[in-house]
Design a protein around this ligand. Structure first.
Ligand SMILES: Nc1nc2c(ncn2[C@@H]2O[C@H](COP(=O)(O)OP(=O)(O)O)[C@@H](O)[C@H]2O)c(=O)[nH]1
Ligand SMILES: [Mg+2]
Length: 342
């Protein structure tokens, strides 16, 4: 069982969903943001030390603002997958701050960098507000990005918060996908609505919403396929599922979460562009952050498409999902020592 077992971090979830935070059963204090930062850092330290570490060391050891310092910063941002345009924006902003005398060393540059990334990623805190009727969440993303796993983790957290959850097995393309979701439903202790392999995913989504309403569910989460014969077919199918969901209940889906795997790097931006052309993506889930600690792609996505990050996957366990915290994210990637040796 992971460190986070037993409801740790529930307060942040309650906030994300606009729910009242539950009384902690064992009276352990909620972990602070520092605690979240530390855990993120621990989970990524080894993988990151191979990546951005030399640049970060270069930055934080610098006692003056030199050309080398700006080069290190630029490289660190590129290696963290922020993409060229976002990197250039950030460097320019920080150069202006340096010009105004607010950045005088590597350490103050590091602090300004974290502030700048936080500012860019959270103009306002992301919310997945829940209403009176079931709130319907459609989960989309390429195959293997972590959709099914995220749905299992999310169902678990919502259940812990006293919400009744129904999940719909809308990935009917692969038989194993329904089974995998059923295992997660079982673990989280929630109902699953499913049909056989090859069933119409729209029909499954419709049934899931109908079942959610009939059973008085608070949240209905719908899984989808991430791969079909062609990209065009996949996008058409998602558009259909989205439309059918709206027929089952006016206003649904209320949220469309796009799952992005941190390890896919720059490709995440094209994925976000592609998916948001077929469905209105309302939030991102950045998965597998534990593996690479890059994930700067969310800066590129925020810059190009204005889609905020809602959740972050930090492992394969049921508790390894956290509401996104821009500052903890920025610090986990760019703080001194986050590379292990700086
Ligand atoms: N390390 C790590 N692995 C993850 C995370 N999220 C998902 N995975 C793994 O990624 C693989 C694909 O996940 P899955 O949910 O099946 O992806 P889907 O095809 O989008 O439904 C599985 O082996 C998951 O255990 C995460 O946050 N961290
Ligand atoms: Mg899946």
């Amino acid at each position: 069982m992971s460190e986070a077992a037993g409801g740790e971090g529930l307060g942040a979830f309650a906030e994300l969903f606009g729910l009242a935070a539950p009384e902690p059963e064992d009276h352990r204090p909620e972990p602070s943001r520092r605690g979240l930062f530390r855990r993120l850092r621990e989970s990524i330290a080894s993988s990151q030390s191979q990546a951005i570490s030399p640049q970060l060391a270069g930055i934080y050891q610098s006692t003056m603002v030199t050309d080398d310092l700006w080069d290190d910063l630029e490289e660190a941002l590129i290696m963290a997958d922020c993409g060229m345009p976002a990197t250039m924006d950030i460097v320019e902003t920080l150069r202006e701050e340096a010009g105004q005398g607010r950045i005088t060393s590597g350490t103050s540059l590091g602090r300004a960098l974290t502030d700048e990334i936080t500012r860019r990623l959270s103009p306002e805190p992301p919310r997945i507000a829940l209403g009176d009727e079931p709130t319907v969440i459609l989960v989309v993303g390429v195959n293997g990005s972590g959709k099914t796993t995220t749905i299992g983790k999310l169902a678990h957290r919502l259940t812990e918060l006293g919400q009744k959850v129904v999940i719909g097995a809308g990935d009917t393309f692969r038989a194993a996908a329904v089974e995998q979701l059923a295992v997660w439903a079982d673990r989280a202790g929630v109902d699953i609505v499913r049909q056989g392999q090859g069933a119409d995913p729209g029909a499954v989504a419709f049934d899931a919403v109908a079942a959610g309403r009939a059973r008085g569910a608070d949240v209905v989460i719908i899984d989808t396929a991430g791969r079909l014969q062609t990209q065009h077919n996949l996008m058409e199918e998602l558009r259909k599922v989205h439309g059918v969901t709206g027929k089952a209940m006016e206003g649904a889906p209320h949220h469309v979460l796009l799952v992005i795997d941190s390890t896919t790097g720059q490709n995440g931006l094209s994925q976000a562009q592609l998916f948001s052309q077929s469905v209105p993506v309302t939030g991102l889930v950045l998965t597998k952050f534990d593996g690479v600690a890059r994930g700067g792609i969310v800066l590129a996505i925020e810059r190009e498409l204005g889609i905020p990050v809602a959740l972050m996957g930090v492992g394969e366990g049921i508790d390894d999902l956290q509401p996104f915290d821009a500052r903890a994210f920025a610090e986990a990637i760019f703080s001194p020592g986050s590379g292990g040796d700086a």
